[in-house]
Design a protein around this ligand. Structure first.
Ligand code: TXA
Ligand code: MG
Length: 322
């Protein structure tokens, strides 16, 4: 069943039951080589799932669990191959949501849960989003309203030195550096460039992700330059007869006319921006927008996670405005 976490809704199954995990992949139409995150409700559960727990991990668990931080460990023998896509490592996190924690405790097993969307679609931040993708493909969804953070957890690999961020998310790079000192940002995490399959250490990173049906074009640079570039792009797509949308911010939304304009919130409030991102991408689709021109945002705090998702949604059609 699908359930809420503080980041996005997950689709859960018993992590140590291979058959259940296979059905999870099937429901999501997810490629079998992309393993889900295993969710736990107690620190002790990590000892069973991971072969060893390094000091950095203990520190991070104390600082950020329950919360939006997924840690990669070497895996123990009790984990079925299919749960980790045959890899030697396992991704584990403790979610900060009462419904998620209650579900894990009542189930009495670790729960593997990828985001509860169809593979490739934006992650669901409400039960409605889950049903839009998975109605009739899953048994149930626990509805606890909209999620708080809106982007997925940060994935941090602790099997390398220094630890490496494979996916930026709800816990910022800055907070991790404060917590344990040296932390590396992998190139797939910043997503500044397209990455080929072989080089992607986090298997999920090689697939096109977070993508609405509409084509996404991302414009990066200083704000004034972004606005004039977006206006120029809007005009050229409108001239081609396309239905155009602009993913704007509170400070800039009034500069765009005769297009579907949606505001992520203030550029100074990247928490709201993250919370609104996936829902707005889905709204453009339901309004049959064909091209979404998206404004780039600052890559600090949650902004890095937002920009990672937008760069991937745009399939790296990034334009630098100067
Ligand atoms: O916030 C979240 O993390 C949500 C909620 C439901 O907890 N879950 C989520 O799961 O986003 P999913 O499966 O959609 O994304 C998991 C990411 C994928 O990019 C996957 O490739 C990566 O974690 N991952 C899983 N196991 C891994 C491993 N052993 N090594 C490296 N990356 C791994
Ligand atoms: Mg996902």
């Amino acid at each position: 069943m699908a359930f809420p976490t503080e980041t996005v809704y997950g689709l859960g199954a018993n992590a140590v039951n291979a058959e259940a995990i296979c059905r999870l992949f099937e429901a999501k139409k997810r490629p079998l080589d992309n393993p889900p995150i295993v969710h736990v409700a107690r620190d002790e559960d990590v000892e069973e799932l991971a072969k060893n727990v390094p000091d950095d991990a203990r520190k991070l668990m104390q600082l950020f669990w329950p919360g939006p931080l997924t840690l990669i460990f070497e895996r123990s023998k009790i984990v079925p191959d299919v749960t980790v896509a045959g890899m030697d490592t396992i991704a584990i996190r403790m979610p900060r949501h009462n419904v998620a924690l209650a579900l894990i405790r009542e189930s009495g097993c670790p729960i593997a849960a990828p985001s509860a969307n169809l593979a490739g679609k934006p992650s669901p931040t409400s039960a409605q989003h889950v049903l839009a993708d998975l109605n009739r493909r899953i048994d149930a969804v626990l509805d606890a309203g909209s999620t708080d953070i809106g982007v997925e957890s940060t994935v941090l690999d602790l099997t390398v030195a220094p630890p490496q961020i494979l996916r930026p998310g709800g816990i910022s790079y800055e907070a991790l550096v404060d917590g344990i000192g040296e932390v590396e940002l992998s190139a797939v995490a910043t997503a500044e460039k397209a990455f080929t399959g072989e080089r992607a250490r986090s298997p999920g990173m090689k697939y096109r992700h977070y993508a609405p049906n509409a084509e996404v074009i991302l414009v990066e640079g200083p704000v004034e330059a972004i606005v004039s570039k977006v206006r120029e792009l809007v005009e050229s797509y409108r001239a081609k007869g396309k239905r155009v949308g602009v993913l704007a911010t509170e400070e800039t939304a009034r500069f765009y006319h005769q297009v579907v304009v949606k505001s992520l919130g203030s550029r100074k409030d990247l928490e709201s921006v993250a919370r609104n991102l996936f829902g707005l991408l889905r709204e453009f689709d339901s309004e049959r927008v064909e091209v979404i021109v998206a404004e780039g945002l600052p890559v600090e705090g949650l902004g890095l996670a937002v920009m990672n998702r937008l760069r991937k949604a745009s399939a790296h059609r990034q334009i630098r405005a100067a």
